[in-house]
Design a protein. Structure first.
Length: 365
């Protein structure tokens, strides 16, 4: 039997920052036994033949050694896959979350501010605040479009170090007007700040910012392999002007990408056609799901360019619990921001999963 600590843990806890002790950790729902449609994951696994091939490759890795040159191989493969412009460079992160944290560290100058439209990805604000940077959220319009006047005014007033623009946005799933995005990018560049275009959902979107990236010396483009179909390996990447990426890369921990993650990503890129076919199927299912949702009384949806759909119901809490009782797990986002009152976010699954989700939703309204 272990003896109880001789002293109260209170003095030790007081070494933890007050803001950390007062916050809530990122909540991950227990999905065991549910149809899991809450986290924008690709619902398709690898075909059996590729599982066997990948298993053999991973089994042959030198796990007793630190990651080596395969990281450089992966950066080159991703640059080619993304059609990165000449003169640009690419860095890797343990998911996009790490890249967002590294940006906060690299830009942590006295009085620095991070700005983003809200509601948006929660890690923009969380990483900024944990690093001691000021975060300014600019509300979207009632239909989740960019409020151009408010964004431009905030850029002029706050002179932020970083402006995040998710393209498409999470949790609203929409692509914003390109002309508005470009005016915000230009305004941020004129005052000397960075813009980070977050293309986490690029495999499902109608367009990308990659063709405009080379126009600007202050824009970084961030993507992830999570929505590509590899959420489990935690790998994100960020592209930008070589000199700019080199500075941010200085704060990256050494060996942040394991040999297993690296090899999985290289394997996936070698079989990109398989994942592109899966993304195409998800896009087709998304349109069928939107049609089905449109037939349900009392359900409002918004256009989607991602593998998720935002909808509003009469009582999100009641509907969420009703769906959960019927074995379907989605995301209740109604408490994230006042603009999301009674909103829920559904991940696009397989045809069977979507049919069961629709049935559970209809029975839970």
């Amino acid at each position: 039997m272990t003896a109880a600590p001789s002293e109260s843990p209170r003095p030790s806890l007081e070494r933890i920052r007050d803001d950390v002790r007062s916050m809530h950790g990122y909540a991950v729902q227990d999905a065991r036994g549910f149809i899991k449609l809450d986290a924008m994951e690709n619902p398709f696994g690898l075909p059996p033949a590729l599982q066997t091939e990948l298993g053999a490759r991973l089994g042959a890795l030198a796990l007793n050694r630190y990651p080596g040159e395969r990281g450089a191989d992966l950066r080159r493969a991703l640059a080619a896959h993304a059609q990165m412009p000449e003169g640009f460079e690419l860095m890797l992160g343990n998911g996009s979350d790490e890249l967002i944290s590294l940006l906060a560290i690299a830009c942590d100058l006295p009085g620095a501010t991070v700005l983003a439209p809200v509601p948006g990805f929660v890690m923009y604000a969380m990483s900024a605040k944990l690093q001691g940077l000021k975060f300014v959220g600019v509300p979207l319009t009632a239909d989740f479009e960019l409020d151009e006047a408010a964004m431009l005014a905030a850029v002029a007033r706050e002179k932020p170090s970083i402006v995040y623009l998710a393209y498409p946005n999470n949790p609203t799933a929409n692509l914003w007007d390109d002309a508005v995005v470009e005016r915000i990018v230009e305004a941020q560049g004129a005052q000397g700040g960075l813009v980070v275009i977050d293309e986490a959902y690029q495999p499902f979107a109608a367009r990308s910012y990659i063709d405009r990236l080379a126009r600007h010396g202050h824009v970084l483009l961030m993507r992830t392999l999570s929505k590509f179909g590899l959420a489990g390996i935690r790998l994100g990447y960020m592209m930008g002007p070589a000199a700019l990426v080199a500075e941010i890369d200085k704060v990256r921990p050494p060996y942040n990408i394991s040999v297993l993650n690296c090899e999985c990503a290289l394997f996936a890129l070698e079989h990109a056609d398989v994942f592109e076919a899966q993304a195409r199927q998800i896009r087709e299912e998304r349109e069928r799901l939107l049609t089905g949702l449109g037939r349900l009384p009392g359900v409002k949806t918004w256009p989607s360019d991602a593998n998720m759909i935002l909808l509003r119901v009469h009582d999100a809490a009641k509907t969420f619990e009703g769906m959960k009782a019927r074995g379907v797990l989605v995301k209740n986002v109604s408490k994230m921001h006042e603009l999301l009152a009674n909103c829920m976010r559904l991940t696009v699954g397989t045809a069977d999963e979507n049919a069961r989700m629709l049935a559970a939703l209809e029975a839970s309204l």
